[in-house]
Design a protein around this ligand. Structure first.
Ligand code: SF4
Length: 65
């Protein structure tokens, strides 16, 4: 993964995430397929950013090696 040659550790901000919360790899072939495969949903996004961050943090914890 660009910016994370050993993989992105859980709970660590992706180096490809810009200050305004955008993916700098969007639209580029370097963007990992697993990023493109994670599609937004009501369950994940909820009503606010706090819900989404909590949901994604739980997902990272559940899938860490
Ligand atoms: S979509 Fe993937 S590469 Fe882009 S900021 Fe999010 S985790 Fe990083």
């Amino acid at each position: 993964m660009p910016g994370h040659p050993q993989g992105k550790p859980a709970d660590e901000r992706c180096t490809n995430l810009t200050d305004d919360q955008r993916c700098r790899l969007w639209g580029h072939v370097e963007r990992p397929a697993f990023c493109a495969g994670l599609q937004p949903s009501d369950e994940m996004c909820g009503q606010d950013e706090a819900h989404a961050i909590a949901w994604l943090s739980a997902l990272e914890q559940a899938t860490r090696p």
